[in-house]
Ligand binder design. Structure first.
Ligand code: NAD
Length: 307
């Protein structure tokens, strides 16, 4: 993911400069093919001490986001952080406390679906009232494979968290409860597929099916049903109607959205404003994911905390 952000930042017009990158694995740095003017920092402390750096893009593994973001904020830097911003409420509070201390929202969170043209068109249709008030929805998150180390908790924090944020944004609601069921794979401890049911404070019921070891490709869908019709977002090949997965991975499906999201963040930084996804917005999606982990473990319907 970090490489995609770097490529997009280097493609900006000359209104910013990419000062340097930091990755503890030299092979990862070597694979980037860095332009000569971009420095390599052996550790993040040196990078954060650089006076020319105003914004830090965090695309390390999710378990490291908390310490990376906290260090950046303590150094007075602005941050664009990949989802999930953090993986616990305690870590989340450390970030918002630092933002409060600095007196401003300093973190942009990479929920890039909000910047995807297909999701934006869907939102525009919902906002226009064309299909009337939404009664329910059916969403899918399908992915060819995940590492063997991927856990049920990762399913919530890394995968479904996209749907939680997108739904809140699309419907302008809060998610109130979550229930999770599924089928455990025989060759690993992971439950896959998983079926999530959400209820919202708008009175809607939404089902999400996740299947992240489907073998055939990356396939994101969303159908929202209103009182006067329904609106779908599907990427399948129209001539056959078969979901032969036009995208092998997330990297091609959302390539435009990654670029637009980080461009919007840079535009915000240059204009000294924040129009993107704040840490406080990310906290709501995190609360749903953490409740989802409890729902996976207990098999019960779990109420999402109000934060
Ligand atoms: N928005 C999306 O659609 C999307 C897609 C993929 C990944 N992501 C997110 O991006 C983040 C990274 O995921 P990935 O798939 O690129 O993981 P990855 O494991 O492929 O890459 C992580 C990189 O971070 C490096 N790293 C480890 N510790 C570091 C540190 N302390 N400082 C700097 N770099 C460090 C690793 O060496 C590796 O090169 C995760 O939060 C993930 O959820 C988001």
């Amino acid at each position: 993911m970090g490489r995609i952000h770097l490529r997009n930042l280097l493609a900006r017009p000359a209104d910013i400069r990419v000062v340097g990158v930091c990755d503890p694995r030299p092979d990862q740095i070597a694979a980037i093919g860095l332009p000569a003017e971009v420095a390599v920092f052996p550790d993040s402390r040196e990078l954060l001490g650089h006076p020319e750096i105003g914004l830090v893009v965090v695309a390390s593994p999710a378990s490291l986001h908390s310490s990376d973001v906290v260090s950046a904020l303590e150094a007075g830097k602005l941050v664009y952080c990949e989802k999930p911003l953090v993986t616990s409420m305690e870590d989340h509070r450390r970030i918002t406390a630092l933002e409060t201390h600095h007196g401003r929202a300093m973190v942009w969170v990479g929920f890039m679906r909000r910047f995807d043209p297909a999701f934006q068109a869907l939102k525009a249709d919902l906002d226009s009232g064309a299909i009337g008030p939404i009664s329910h929805g059916i969403l899918s998150h399908r992915n060819p494979s995940v590492p063997e180390s991927f856990t049920d908790a990762d399913y919530m924090l890394e995968t479904f968290i996209h749907e939680f944020d997108a739904l809140r944004w699309l419907l302008d609601v809060e998610i109130e409860t979550i229930t999770v069921g599924g089928k455990r794979r025989t060759n690993s401890g992971l439950m896959d597929p998983q079926f999530v049911t959400l209820t919202t404070n708008g009175g809607q019921r939404v089902m999400i099916d996740g299947h992240i070891t489907n073998g055939y490709g990356y396939d994101i869908r969303c159908e929202l049903v209103g009182e006067r019709g329904s609106r779908s977002l599907v990427d399948y090949a129209e001539e056959t109607g078969i979901s032969a997965a036009p995208h092998a991975t997330w990297a091609t499906r959302f390539s435009g959205a990654y670029r637009t999201a980080i461009d919007a963040c840079i535009d915000d930084v240059l204009a000294q404003r924040h129009t993107g996804v704040t840490s406080r917005e990310a906290e709501r999606a995190l609360a749903v994911a953490l409740s989802g982990i409890e729902a996976q473990r207990t098999g019960r319907t779990v109420s999402v905390g109000v934060g």
